[in-house]
Ligand binder design. Structure first.
Ligand SMILES: [Zn+2]
Length: 510
């Protein structure tokens, strides 16, 4: 038996090492789950040699923003479970927008980690701690301030999770019950994250007409708590806020120059996606999901909701008031597949009904579980954020059945194909840095995100000439073209564009 130098040798490719350095010819050897960067054409032996001639070899992509916490645990289908890894994503950052899988339904970080280890998964997961989840488990779903004792308990739950390995604190200040918190409550929690040297990651209280005030609140929380700030899926959405990235991005740049550690993530689409229930005013959610459904069944409460949407409520983002029901399409409604892909305005017109009544009936029939796609952004804003150096790439994937937003299956290939190759909005190595090294640095993932000797062997090999997203709003789970090989901790999980079935992934502790 001859002793081989490496388990896997990736030969002949151009290295994009995740730092943003120019492409360079190099071979990559992998042994015992670790990377060794070799001179091109080096004479080493390997159990398997992969020819990457004409292709780019990069660190595995790190998706900065997902809602895939439960995707593999709930077994909602192979296409859903594999959409990320088929794009070359080797780490998904979940627990976003204030919503994590612990302390509820999984009791704590360790229980969540065990569930993933028992089930197995192709790639790794990293989780933030959701402020809304913590608040829901300690305070409940009522529209009120937390007591001092409750706030102390929330801080303790967060502290324990961060000690166990969660990557930071996330908030979703448009979603109940997180939206019931005032700035001081979030600041107290962010201070706990700061003590751990971990970031405060936020879905701003408003991404539409009041986006700048919402950004001010986030900056105040970061300054007063000492935590680094990461703005999730930065956008200026709705007709009143279009073009405002011309103000928000220079503001963030200015803060960075003044020493504040602030970053953001972005997905390459002009449509967003969220829960249909999030289109309703906060008072409608007071008391929790059961109370919401009760109000939806009450004609007087529905009329009040229609007025709130038409006239607005102070402090509430009001997506529909900033756009209209004709920009809101049903993405996932398990019992109404015939409505998926259609706008609320279109359904209402066909039924000769009021939009609010269509929404109420649909939510009642689906126990509140309906997701939507909101066509709310402008392309120039999206491009401005994508090309900003401190913006990293996150899909914001919401892996639900039905017709989910194509970003879950298309984001990374779309940036590399459409925005790098076709539009030349940013360079390939810069895009890779925003998908790897910069993301690992943001979330404290050591030993990943950069291809260097001794790094964990998470890699992707892709063809820069053909890489393309194929997922669309009508066929949202079509895998991309041009992503050929994906390796997680030294194990090949995607070979020639198809999943191998290997499951080396786990919940990583940060
Ligand atoms: Zn969000």
């Amino acid at each position: 038996m001859t002793r081989r130098d490496f388990d896997l040798l990736i030969r002949g490719g151009e290295l994009a090492d995740g730092t943003g350095s120019p492409l360079r010819r190099a071979d990559v050897g992998i042994a015992a789950g670790r990377v060794c960067v070799l001179p091109a054409d080096s004479s080493v032996t390997a159990a398997r040699v992969h020819d990457a001639t004409g292709q780019v070899v990069a660190p595995g992509f790190i998706d900065a923003h997902t809602h895939s916490d439960l995707t593999t645990l709930d077994d909602i289908g192979q296409a859903q479970a594999h959409a990320a890894v088929l794009q070359g994503v080797t780490v998904e950052i979940c627990g976003n927008c204030g919503d994590s899988a612990f302390p509820h339904p999984y009791g704590d970080f360790a229980a969540f980690a065990r569930a993933h280890t028992d089930t197995g998964r192709a790639n790794h997961l990293v989780s933030l701690v959701g402020h809304g989840t913590v608040r829901g488990s300690v305070v409940g779903h009522d529209d009120r301030a937390a007591t001092d004792a409750e706030l102390a308990e929330m801080c303790q739950v967060l502290d324990d999770a961060l000690t166990a390995g969660a990557a930071g604190l996330s908030s979703g200040l448009i979603y109940t019950p997180g939206s019931y918190a005032d700035t001081a409550e979030v600041t107290a929690l962010a201070a706990v994250a700061a003590r751990h040297g971990k970031p405060y990651v936020t879905h701003l209280r408003d991404e539409m007409s009041h986006v700048e005030a919402a950004l001010d609140e986030a900056v105040r929380i970061a300054r007063d708590s000492g935590a680094a700030l990461h703005v999730s899926h930065h956008k200026t959405a709705g007709k009143y806020a279009w073009g405002r990235t011309l103000r928000t991005l220079p503001r963030l740049e200015h803060l960075r120059a003044a020493g504040l550690d602030v970053t953001c993530d972005v997905y390459p689409y002009t449509a967003g996606s969220t829960a249909l229930a999030a289109m309703l005013p906060p008072w409608a959610h007071d008391g929790g999901p059961e109370q919401l459904l009760k109000r939806l069944g009450d004609p007087a409460a529905r009329r009040r909701m229609r007025v709130s949407i038409a006239e607005g409520v102070p402090g509430w983002e009001n997506t529909v008031g900033n756009g209209g029901w004709d920009r809101i399409a049903v993405a996932s409604a398990a019992r109404h597949p015939q409505l998926q892909g259609r706008t609320i305005a279109d359904i209402a017109a066909q039924q000769g009904a009021e939009a609010i009544d269509v929404v109420a009936q649909l939510l009642l029939a689906e126990d509140g579980d309906v997701t939507i796609i909101s066509h709310s952004m402008r392309e120039d804003d999206v491009q401005r954020v994508l090309s900003t150096p401190f913006a990293i790439i996150g899909s914001d994937g919401v892996p639900k059945p039905g017709l989910p937003h194509p970003r879950w299956a298309g984001t990374f290939a779309r940036v590399l194909g459409h925005y790098v190759r076709d539009l030349a909005l940013l360079s390939l190595t810069e895009a890779v840095r925003k998908m790897t090294g910069a993301t690992a640095a943001r979330f404290g993932l050591t030993g990943r995100g950069v291809l260097c000797d001794g790094a964990a062997a998470d890699l992707v090999v892709f063809d820069p000439a053909t890489v393309t997203d194929r997922a669309t709003f009508t066929e949202p789970l079509l895998p991309p073209a041009g992503i050929t090989l994906v390796v997680v901790d030294g194990t090949v999980v995607v070979d020639d564009g198809a999943v191998t079935g290997a499951r080396p992934g786990k919940l990583l502790a940060c």
